[in-house]
Design a protein around this ligand. Structure first.
Ligand code: MN
Length: 716
């Protein structure tokens, strides 16, 4: 690798600033340069150059994406606070608080303390998240900083080269991608590859060089053809051949493609004035050159999550060569190249910073995903994994039926999609339709799938989903649903126990829970609210008596007669003979459903538990058995959960057909599991049915499938 000599001066930067209107801004930039130069005097880079060459080049990189003057000042000053005697106060005095804040934002990102790789990443990611949420410009300066460091990476020892290149590829290039700054992303990737896999890199470079002449000739001919075609139809346009990045070729080779297949794919870009002309140009090109089926993508109607807009098509061009063609307007091209940074180019807007920040927050899905992570409580491993593998890398794009795009980690299932759309959608989902086919919940979504989620407002998540969901965030949401539910149960139980105790002591409940008493109890046990008191009484941390004693000193009185608490009647669908109002639960070992032959079992303190008469858990408990029956006077509108085992004598996964039969009867699925055996398959299906009648109808339907030879209800 040759050392690139760098004779860059401040004038090289100033001449690039023609896009800034005011000379004042240019003078401020010059002042920042002189200040930094003075502060860094006597410091040299590993390459042997004066230190100032580095910040100067970072500034120049930023002019290529039309950065505003504050950002360029910050770029010139970005290492001054960390590496020189300059203080924050001094910088504020000279350059104002905005520029100083930006410099601090960049400095923070290079000051990362760690003892392990994991801790390092946690610290790094957290700082990036903070940076993006406070002023995205600090992150853009960091990207430019890293790009220049990558360009001069040859000066460092091999071990450091690897570490920095790896970090650039795994963290910074993906951030550039999500912010839509294609120029920086692409160069970071190519440079990283050059240091991480030099053999592969130079092999591709050589192959490209060997085929360059022929490719250039073919592209030139095709460009002439297309440009004449468009001109004949009065479409004013720009056209250019474009070369694929080395990294993107490497990626395709990695996926098993042959080099000859890739260089066959030649690429053109057409830029027109209006959106309408994009479609017009597309039609004209397709009328002359046959398009390759299924390769057309309309990212104008459906922009990518990083705001990218363009039409993509692949056509059979001259001599049978395949041409990949992109068609877009000038504005779209600006966004495609510079992403979020394109806001700098829109002159009409005075406050580029505010505008950029609000676009980041509102339009970039990346921002939402990364903010969710910040708010989620998760372990440090989960956090690093989520940022690195689920937000930054390996994403797929799927669509809602309306055409909204969602970004999901590779391997995501319809459950991840539903939760990504909205937590409520996730929590009430009962099924998914992908590209018009019903799919099981563990279906692995693919790029460009169109996903429709069916919901039912009475449906709730299943714990089984924790094994099906892919994204850590989805799992966290499912877990939090269950822990919230458990918490609610404890609160309810605590309230019940406490009130029971109050009644026992003949104390007024409403009197007891008035504000001053609650306050006193909270202070006593270091709790925060009435719910906390109930929670402590419900989960057994503090007994109801201990709580009541804070207000009402317990006197040893034996209640003259035992007042039996009357619990609420929760299940009017079951009659317990001889007893009017009693708490009734359906046992979850045998899951009785409406119409089953049932029997009651008196539990200790939790009412009557209803089992199916043939439930094996009942055998030992005969002295506590009580007759129960379904209330035939009402038709319950509730659904009963039941589990069935379906035995199939073929190994192929027929989940989809089973799900379809179930959906046809309007039965909601709680869970479905395929259990492979040597030469058959067993499906465990959890469903919500109206009762025995509906279940029998389903069993009848399922039995019509030839490969199903047995169906039974599961009992635990
Ligand atoms: Mn730097």
């Amino acid at each position: 690798m040759t050392k690139e000599k760098n004779n860059t001066t401040i004038e090289d930067l100033i001449v690039r600033l023609t896009y800034l209107d005011s000379d004042l801004e240019k003078e401020k930039i010059r002042k920042a340069y002189l200040f930094a130069k003075k502060k860094h005097l006597g410091q040299y880079r590993k390459s042997g150059e004066e230190y100032i060459i580095h910040p100067l080049n970072v500034g120049i990189i930023l002019t290529s994406i039309y950065a505003d003057s504050e950002t360029i000042e910050a770029a010139l000053l970005h290492d001054v606070l960390e590496d020189t005697d300059c203080t924050k106060e001094e910088m504020e005095e000279e350059f104002g608080s905005e520029v100083t804040k930006l410099v601090l934002g960049v400095t923070k990102l290079s000051k990362i303390h760690f003892s392990t790789e994991n801790e390092y990443l946690i610290d790094y990611y957290k700082k990036i998240i903070v940076g993006i949420s406070e002023d995205v410009r600090a992150i853009i300066v960091k990207l430019a900083d890293r790009l220049h460091n990558m360009r001069t990476l040859w000066a460092l020892p091999v071990e450091k080269q690897h570490k920095i290149a790896k970090e650039s590829l795994e963290i910074l290039a993906p951030i550039a991608h999500h912010l839509g700054i294609h120029k920086i992303k692409s160069e970071l990737e190519d440079l990283s590859l050059r240091y991480l896999k030099p053999d592969v890199f130079y092999d591709i470079v050589e192959k490209l060089n060997n085929t360059k002449l022929e490719r250039d000739k073919t592209v030139m001919q095709m460009m002439n053809e297309v440009t004449n075609l468009l001109t004949n139809h009065d479409i004013v346009h720009e056209i250019k051949g474009r070369s694929k990045s080395i990294y993107s070729i490497y990626n395709k080779l990695n996926k098993g493609k042959k080099f000859s297949d890739i260089y066959d794919l030649l690429a053109l870009r057409i830029i027109v004035n209006t959106e309408q002309e994009c479609y017009l140009a597309l039609g004209i090109i397709h009328s002359k050159f046959r398009p390759l089926p299924r390769r057309f993508k309309d990212y104008i109607a459906m922009p990518k999550p990083n705001m990218y807009q363009s039409l993509h098509t692949t056509v059979f061009g001259l001599d049978g060569y395949l041409f990949e063609i992109q068609i877009r307007t000038h504005d779209m091209d600006e966004v495609a190249e510079n992403g979020i940074a394109s806001h700098w180019a829109y002159k009409e807007n005075k406050d580029a910073k505010a505008n950029m920040q609000s676009t980041t927050e509102q339009k970039l899905q990346f921002f939402k995903s990364i903010m969710d992570l910040k708010n989620d409580k998760m372990s440090s491993e989960d956090f690093v994994h989520s940022v690195k593998d689920e937000v930054l890398n390996n994403n797929i794009y799927v669509f809602t039926p309306k055409g909204d795009i969602f970004e999901l980690p590779k391997g995501a299932t319809p459950i991840d999609f539903a939760y990504k759309v909205h937590t409520k959608v996730g929590e009430t989902m009962v099924g998914a339709i992908v590209n018009n086919n019903i799919v099981p919940l563990n279906y692995e979504l693919k790029n460009n799938d169109i996903v429709k989620i069916n919901t039912n407002k009475n449906s709730t998540p299943s714990k089984e989903w924790l094994n099906i969901a892919k994204a850590t965030q989805t799992k966290n949401k499912i877990r939090s649903y269950f822990s919230k539910n458990e918490k609610e149960n404890y609160i309810e139980r605590g309230k019940y126990n406490l009130e029971k105790e109050l009644r026992k002591r003949k104390l007024s409940i409403s009197e007891f829970i008035k504000d001053e008493n609650v306050k006193k109890i909270c202070e006593n046990f270091k709790l925060n609210s009435l719910d906390d008191i109930y929670l402590s009484a419900g989960n057994g941390k503090i007994s109801p008596n201990t709580i009541i004693n804070v207000i009402d000193k317990y006197e040893e009185v034996v209640a003259p007669k035992i007042v039996k608490a009357i619990p609420k009647n929760l299940d009017t669908d079951i009659i317990v003979s001889g007893i009017d109002k009693v708490k009734v639960n359906l046992a979850n070992c045998c899951n009785p459903i409406y119409g089953d032959d049932i029997i009651g079992y008196i539990t200790k303190g939790n009412g009557i538990s209803v089992h199916r008469r043939n439930c094996r858990n009942l055998e030992t408990l005969e002295n506590r058995i009580v007759p129960v029956d379904w209330n035939k006077d009402i038709v319950p509108d509730k659904r009963y959960l039941t589990l069935i085992l379906i035995y199939s004598n073929i190994k192929d996964n027929k989940m989809a057909e089973i799900v379809q039969k179930t959906s046809m009867l309007n039965i909601n699925i709680d869970s479905i599991k395929a259990i492979p055996k040597t030469d058959e398959m067993i499906y465990e299906l959890g469903i919500y049915v109206r009762g025995l009648e509906q279940l029998n109808k389903l069993i009848l339907d399922l039995n019509k499938l030839q490969y199903i030879y047995n169906i039974e209800r599961l009992m635990r």
